[in-house]
Ligand binder design. Structure first.
Ligand SMILES: Nc1nc2c(ncn2[C@@H]2O[C@H](COP(=O)(O)OP(=O)(O)O)[C@@H](O)[C@H]2O)c(=O)[nH]1
Ligand SMILES: [Mg+2]
Length: 434
């Protein structure tokens, strides 16, 4: 027989432990009180039990078995959780790869260079399944967009021909921009006829194609500098309050200070109605130390041009021309016709981008007797859709030279570009992109 000791807070607790280990065969031999129980502490008892050899052998075997099972299940649990972790991290990798693709399904068509750089980090060979999943998700993302657009399309105004769902997004954007409906349908027709079939299947490629087409349609006057010894004369005409004087001040600052070469700039104010509203430009002239002449009748106009002939640029501000007052426009016309200097006067029509396409056309018609060379659009910062500007340029074929994008002189002026206008048309005006 073997003698074994067990301890517990009570004798029965110690005996329980003994029975758990050796079963009912464990025979109590002695109970000892090691520490008395007090109000604040448990007591401690030790019991001595006797166990025969057979019981001990069985107990040892049981113990070994329990330990083996415990460690076995531990290992399998560990393995299982490792597997799950592996699966999760694999899935995460795949999801992140796929989501990149879903954002821009055609990234690999259009951004070859970017992709080459990315593929340096990616595994050399992509599993076939992953490729398939990517392509499926990409198709799915596009389908969702198409479905959204189809709902809109049902409510859209009548179309001369059905618009495929891939084209619906761009059609919606363009028609919401205030673009003339006839222009939009004509451009759509052109796109449908000429766009390569392989690009048509995806709304992203359709959008890019359409964007390029729009860019090509906007007439732009590129900014060029006067040849040495010559004088470039620019007259700004347009309805009252559109921003002519402010734009003259911006241009004067641009030509005299902001460009690489500093040009001599002179100003003329046509105050043919003697309303005396010349003070605004006078102030700018004083600040920039520029020569300024006030003109009230045609003979004075030639004199003023001659007296500023030393300048590289002469900028002429006009006033008092409400869009419907033909007489006032007539006065400007008389001045232009009286120009005896032989120097060409470039007439820029200043129009606010905040008015409808039809109103832009109306204003243009009123000023058309002045033989408009170019258009300056103002107040782009106060405008939402830009389709009106696009349609105006397309219809009149008058090149755009500048955009005014705020009240600040001289910074709120942008040299016109078709990129800028089409970007505004499709995505809105964004000051950070100036
Ligand atoms: N928001 C905004 N206001 C402008 C812009 N250009 C001019 N203005 C403002 O429009 C108002 C009329 O401008 P002004 O140059 O006197 O117009 P004018 O009568 O054609 O000479 C002024 O308050 C200007 O500050 C622009 O691009 N954006
Ligand atoms: Mg003015």
């Amino acid at each position: 027989m073997k003698v074994v000791t067990f301890t517990g807070r009570t004798p029965s607790e110690a005996l329980k432990k003994a029975k758990l280990e050796y079963g009912d065969e464990a025979m109590l031999i002695e109970t000892k009180e090691i520490k008395k129980k007090s109000l604040v502490e448990d007591g401690l008892y030790e019991i001595i039990v006797g166990i025969d050899e057979e019981t001990e052998r069985k107990s040892t075997l049981m113990k070994q078995k329990r330990t083996a099972t415990r460690s076995q299940s531990g290992a399998s649990l560990k393995k299982e959780s490792e597997d799950i972790l592996f699966d999760i991290s694999n899935a995460a990798k795949q999801i992140s790869k796929i989501s990149k693709v879903a954002k821009d399904p055609l990234a690999d068509i259009y951004a070859n260079t970017k992709n080459t750089a990315q593929s340096q980090n990616a595994p050399a060979i992509e599993p076939k399944e992953l490729k398939e999943i990517k392509s499926e998700i990409s198709k799915l993302a596009d389908k969702v967009k198409l479905i959204q657009n189809m709902f809109w399309n049902e409510k859209s105004p009548e179309l001369t021909q059905p618009i495929p769902p891939e084209f619906a997004e761009i059609y919606r954007l363009a028609s919401q921009s205030g673009m003339d409906k006839e222009h939009l349908d004509a451009i759509m027709k052109l796109t449908l006829e000429h766009m390569p079939t392989r690009l048509r299947e995806n709304s992203q490629t359709v959008k890019r194609y359409f964007q390029t087409l729009l860019r090509k349609m906007v007439p732009i006057r590129l900014e060029s500098q006067p040849t040495p010894g010559s004088t470039r004369v620019m007259m700004l005409v347009g309805p009252t309050g559109v921003g002519k004087t402010t734009t003259i001040a911006k241009l004067a600052a641009r030509y005299s200070f902001l460009m690489q070469k500093k040009y001599k700039v002179g100003l003329i104010v046509l105050d043919t109605y003697r309303i005396g509203a010349v003070e605004q430009l006078m102030q700018y002239a004083r600040m920039m130390k520029l020569g300024i002449e006030t003109v009230v009748d045609p003979p004075e106009f030639t004199t003023a041009l001659n007296s500023l002939s030393y300048c590289d640029y002469i900028l002429i501000d006009t006033m008092g021309s409400s869009p419907y007052d033909k007489n006032k426009i007539e006065k400007i016309y008389e001045c232009l016709a009286s120009n005896g200097t032989g120097v060409n006067i470039d007439v820029s029509l200043v129009l606010p981008s905040s008015i409808k396409y039809e109103d832009l056309l109306l204003a243009y018609e009123n000023f058309s007797t002045l033989d408009i060379d170019t258009v300056i659009f103002t107040k782009l910062d106060e405008t939402r859709g830009f389709g009106n500007l696009f349609s105006f340029a397309l219809e009149t074929q008058k090149p755009i030279s500048y955009f005014s994008v705020g009240q600040e002189v001289p910074e709120d002026l942008v040299v016109a570009s078709s990129d800028f206008l089409v970007e505004c048309l499709l995505h809105g005006f964004d000051r950070s992109k100036i």
